[in-house]
Design a protein around this ligand. Structure first.
Ligand SMILES: *[C@@H]1O[C@H](CO)[C@@H](O)[C@H](O)[C@H]1NC(C)=O
Ligand SMILES: [Cu+2]
Length: 230
């Protein structure tokens, strides 16, 4: 009985998933969870989204956040994860500019407004497993807010796509959250290409429906638009 309990606990631990409740800007973390990051529907269950075409793929939020984080253009950002990000798969970051007259605390991020600012590519570890930057860490990999990003309010979206089951349709798992930010000291770039969530991803995209055992790391194609570097 004790042995069985231990086994069940071990199984529960290895299946633990994660949320990203805390944004870190230039090394300074959001004061408490979900203060500028919108609380997600899986804050308790930690379950990912499996179908990338549902409305929740945008921000998965249960509520808007109360605050806005000031983020200088050119800043380094990452997120703290509630659990170890133990599955293989890319981390991607997107921004969407809040329209004039609206605020990051209320805007819903609808329309073809999202541009990608960062993605990550895999390598092969000593056990010949494909691994990604940030894998097995309690935080997401760093990214830079491009210096050319125009100043103003944005939603910042972080996403980790877990690909261990992704050889089956709608079995990749999406872990994500959106933060409310104001970019300061920005540039005069024209960010793009722009995509909508939902809309940016299909269940059959080669970076979403993929057998990691059958591709070379360099052949992996992260889903969504090309990265805008500014
Ligand atoms: C990531 O950014 C933080 C500052 O937010 C910095 O302290 C850390 O060294 C960076 N990590 C890497 C791997 O560049
Ligand atoms: Cu899992």
């Amino acid at each position: 009985m004790q042995f069985l309990t231990a086994l069940l606990l071990a199984a529960a631990t290895t299946q633990a998933h994660y949320t990203f409740p805390k944004l870190v800007v230039n090394g300074k973390a959001e004061e408490k969870d979900w203060s500028v990051t919108r609380k997600t529907k899986n804050a308790d269950t930690k379950q990912g989204i499996e179908n990338p075409t549902v409305a929740d793929i945008r921000c998965y939020q249960s509520a808007n956040a109360g605050g806005i984080s000031t983020v200088p253009a050119g800043a380094t950002i990452h997120y703290i994860s509630t659990q170890q990000v133990n599955h293989p798969g890319p981390t991607q970051y997107y921004l969407a500019k809040v329209p004039a007259g609206a605020s990051a605390t209320t805007w819903d991020g609808s329309g073809a407004v999202w541009f990608k600012i960062s993605t990550t590519m895999p390598s092969v570890d000593k056990n010949k497993q494909m691994t990604w930057p940030g894998q097995n860490e309690y935080k997401t990999p760093n990214a830079t807010i491009p210096a050319a990003t125009p100043s103003g309010d944005y939603l910042l979206r972080v996403e980790h796509i877990a690909l261990h089951m992704a050889m089956q349709a709608n079995k990749a798992q999406f872990y994500l959250s959106c933060s409310q930010i104001t970019v300061t000291g920005g540039g005069s770039g024209s960010p793009g290409p722009l995509a909508a969530f939902p809309g940016a991803y299909k269940s059959t995209d080669p970076g979403i429906l993929v057998n990691l055992g059958s591709i070379q790391p360099s052949a992996y194609q992260p889903p969504g638009p090309a990265v805008w570097t500014g």
